[in-house]
Every structure is written in structure tokens, then in C-alpha cells.
Design a protein around this ligand. Structure first.
Ligand SMILES: [Zn+2]
Length: 79
């Protein structure tokens, strides 16, 4: 068991303990952010850099997903 695991924010270099900040893992890549502000900075740049076709596909499908979740929540409120 690894105790007191610490991560380094990839945006500003600050160290932070496990359980704090934002840690995302996918496809063997680990993204570590000590704060939401650093994550937003990274993802804003990613949105601007990523292949446009791929971005459109993913963004549209996610927007739809959130819209549907909002609709479901509004319906529940009316009952
Ligand atoms: Zn940071």
C-alpha cells in the first residue's frame, strides 16, 4: 500500500496529495491538476489544439448528453 501518494500539477508544478486536486487517467496517460483553474487552462488549450473533426464529434455528443440530463431534471421538478 502506498501511503501519502503525491502528485505534481502538470500545469503549474505544485505538489498535492492523493484525494485532492484532479487526477485523470486514460490510455496510459495520467493528467494531474492541483486545482480546477489549472485543469481549465489545460483543457482550453486541448480544445484549441485537438483535431477539429474529432472535437466536433465529441463536443456535440457531450452537449447533447448534458442537454438531455437537464431536460430529465426539469421534468422531475414538475412532478
Ligand atoms: Zn496547478
Amino acid at each position: 500500500m502506498v501511503r501519502n501518494k503525491r502528485y505534481k500539477c502538470i500545469v503549474c508544478g505544485r505538489m498535492f496529495p492523493e484525494g485532492q486536486g484532479i487526477v485523470l487517467q486514460r490510455g496510459g496517460v495520467t493528467l494531474t491538476f492541483h486545482s480546477k483553474a489549472c485543469a481549465v487552462k489545460f483543457f482550453r488549450l486541448m480544445v484549441e489544439t485537438i483535431d477539429e473533426g474529432e472535437f466536433k464529434k465529441v463536443a456535440r455528443s457531450l452537449v447533447k448528453e448534458f442537454e438531455e440530463a437537464l431536460k430529465r431534471r426539469e421534468k422531475r421538478k414538475q412532478i
